[in-house]
Design a protein around this ligand. Structure first.
Ligand code: SAM
Length: 291
């Protein structure tokens, strides 16, 4: 069954009496090239466990099942579960979980799937065509919960992908860029037009791949201080660092001014110009003063 064909989707919709639900971000892929691209860039092997976020009617799920040891597909919409049971019935390596990804204990899911059919799982990968209304919370949850995954290859709205891959000095560079780049190396995979979805969304999409860093590339005394500096800096991104960071941890303007200078940074710069290493240098100087 060609699940990516609009005819098939229409038949399924009719048969089950459903309609794509906008509030759940249901825009189904109708283009085989984009499915192939996501699968290729996920680099899935037979010893991999794959977690798919939001399988919809199973178009990506089926393609992943061909390559992986096992796929665990997490779908919030209970009306799609009987459809998935039908469209994916020929595969015996797919588990469908009817749950909200944001409420799913992924650590527990991984714990229960260390072995599949007596074979040890080597790597865990996450992929999906994300529901756009919760793209950022999903990415942040996986990273902040330190879920032991190797990579995340996901489609999202282009604007969010642009913010994730942004470099210092660009308009899109902000707290999200710093947070994701702190946890992962980021690769832009492809820009995707609105035309390849049914129903067609209002925005363009981008596929990116995030590889979780095994070793920290920046040294932090205190992660909380790092994120506090990033948040304060970008909270008032038009202001100089001296102004946006005044008050952080109760520090006066003079105190924070000396700290910024001691970190080797010009206090007249703005947060949007700082490299990750510079945020780290700043955070490492602020924290000891408060201990
Ligand atoms: N993977 C399918 C495809 O590419 O055709 C569907 C992708 S669609 C953009 C997003 C999917 O995520 C929908 O099936 C939607 O019901 C599901 N979804 C929305 N919110 C979710 C949540 N909080 N947890 C799990 N799945 C969710």
């Amino acid at each position: 069954m060609k699940l990516y064909s609009p005819t098939t989707i229409n038949e399924i919709i009719k048969k089950y009496g459903i309609r794509p639900i906008k509030s759940l971000g249901q825009n189904f892929i109708i283009d085989k090239n984009i499915i192939d691209k996501i699968i290729e860039k996920s680099m899935i092997g037979k010893e991999d466990l794959v977690i798919e976020i939001g399988p919809g009617i199973g178009v990506l799920t089926a393609a992943v099942a061909e390559k992986a040891a096992k796929v665990i597909a997490i779908e919030i919409d209970e009306n799609l579960i009987p459809i998935l049971n039908e469209t994916l019935s020929e595969y015996n390596n797919i588990e469908i979980i009817n749950n909200d990804i944001l409420k799913t204990n992924l650590e527990k899911v991984l714990e229960q799937n260390k072995e599949v059919n007596g074979q040890k799982i080597k790597r865990v990968k996450i992929l999906g065509n994300l529901p756009y209304y919760i793209t950022t919370p999903i990415i942040m949850k996986i990273m902040e919960d330190r879920v032991a995954v190797d990579s995340i290859t996901v489609m999202m709205q282009k604007e969010v992908a642009d913010r994730i891959v942004a470099e210092p000095g660009s308009k899109a560079y902000g707290a999200l860029s710093v947070a994701v780049q702190y946890y992962c190396t980021v690769t832009h995979v492809a820009n995707v037009s609105k035309e390849v979805f049914f129903p067609r969304p209002k925005v363009d999409s981008t596929v990116i791949r995030l590889d979780l860093r095994n070793e920290k590339h920046i040294q932090l005394n205190d992660e909380d201080a790092f994120f506090a500096v990033v948040k304060a800096g970008f909270g008032q991104r038009r202001k100089t660092l001296l102004n946006s960071l005044t008050g952080i941890y109760g520090l006066t303007k003079d105190e924070i001014g000396s700290i910024i200078k001691n970190a080797g940074i010009d206090p007249a710069r703005r947060a949007e110009t700082l490299q990750l290493q510079e945020f780290a240098a700043l955070a490492n100087m602020i924290r000891p003063k408060n201990n």
